[in-house]
Ligand binder design. Structure first.
Ligand SMILES: NC(=O)c1ccc[n+]([C@@H]2O[C@H](COP(=O)([O-])OP(=O)(O)OC[C@H]3O[C@@H](n4cnc5c(N)ncnc54)[C@H](OP(=O)(O)O)[C@@H]3O)[C@@H](O)[C@H]2O)c1
Length: 233
């Protein structure tokens, strides 16, 4: 039986998730990444790494998450860490996405940021019920989860109420899982900006002021902060 440790990275085709996936692969772990589109360049890049297995699965749907964990269970894979970084950001006016409708924005944000995480946990409970207590669960929320009502991004010319609500729900969900003690550990991360393309596109100067992007952690730097070298000893 293989003693190689396994991490499942949800949102691994995105920049934060990909940086985490590559960091674990470089440190000898087996890495599983579900992808919605195998043709996406990041999926292709991950596929070229012999330590990383890409599985076609869309965790925005419960049956996508179920498909993923059923396959892993069938292959008798023991999971040590599930890192969840699927999600996105939109302002309430829809920028930088195509919709202008605030209700639709809120729905998209909830689906991408919250439902993906709930589906993964639900599918794990179904297929990994016997070993949940040995799995570490990492949830990427956002510092926006803590923005009070007077925060400029809730009260200024451009508001992100939909994102704040979604990320507050992610952080609350993490607290709930922690309180229930389902997993070995449940860790909620609430980063500020991380210099991914997604963040750079969503936070132009006319909305977010002058951001010194050179001083913002890259996804790789952020991944190293979350999982420093000492984690892998
Ligand atoms: N970057 C930041 O500054 C920052 C700060 C705080 C919190 N966060 C949070 O961290 C997470 C990742 O950010 P990132 O910068 O790495 O973004 P990213 O590069 O755009 O990656 C997003 C990832 O989430 C997946 N995803 C997006 N919408 C989805 C949906 N509806 N269903 C399933 N998967 C979906 C994407 O899958 P595809 O590849 O299939 O599209 C991709 O794997 C987001 O939740 C974001 O809100 C980011």
């Amino acid at each position: 039986m293989s003693t190689q440790k396994t991490i499942v990275v949800i949102g691994g085709t995105g920049e934060i998730g990909k940086a985490v996936a590559l960091r674990f692969a470089a440190n000898g772990w087996r890495v599983i990444v579900p992808a919605r589109d195998l043709g996406k360049p990041s999926a292709q890049e991950l596929m070229a790494n012999p330590s990383i297995t890409i599985i076609l699965a869309d965790v925005s749907k419960l049956n996508g998450a179920q498909h993923l964990f059923q396959l892993l269970k069938n292959d008798d894979i023991t999971i040590r860490v599930v890192f969840q970084a699927a999600g996105t950001f939109l302002w309430d006016d829809g920028f930088p996405g195509p919709t202008k409708n605030a209700e639709e924005v809120a729905r998209l944000l909830f689906s991408a940021n919250v439902e993906t995480k709930e589906h993964v946990v639900e599918a794990l409970r179904e297929y990994y019920a016997d070993t949940l207590g040995s799995i570490r669960m990492d949830l990427v929320s956002s510092h926006a989860a803590q923005f009070g009502p007077e925060h400029p991004f809730r009260n200024g010319p451009f508001c992100e109420e939909g994102y704040v609500a979604a990320m507050a729900r992610v952080s609350a969900y993490g607290a709930q899982l922690k309180a229930e003690g389902i997993f070995a550990e449940t860790i909620v991360h609430e980063p500020g900006l991380v210099a991914s393309d997604m963040a750079r596109t969503a936070f132009p100067p006319e909305r977010a002021g002058d951001i010194d992007w050179a001083a913002v952690d890259t996804p790789e730097e952020y991944a190293e902060k979350l999982f420093p070298n000492t984690f892998f000893i």
